[in-house]
Design a protein around this ligand. Sequence first.
Ligand SMILES: [Zn+2]
Length: 78
Amino acid sequence: MFSDDEHDPEGSTASMDQVRDTALLATVRRTVVELEAARERLAEGTYGTCERCGRPIAPARLEARPEARTCVACASRR
Ligand SMILES: [Zn+2]
């Protein structure tokens, strides 16, 4: 008749934690991939150069986002 699912706080909390952990894991994985790509660009000598306009990316931006591929101007144009 009635499902107990909505009246089970523990079960509900557990599944919400799982959703949050999965999202967090996805973010971490993406960051790792981005940083790996940044390291490759560093090896190629193209690190710190905008992928779109070819101009240097501002050091402050690289400090805030080491994995940045584009300069501030190109990133905001997206
Ligand atoms: Zn650019």
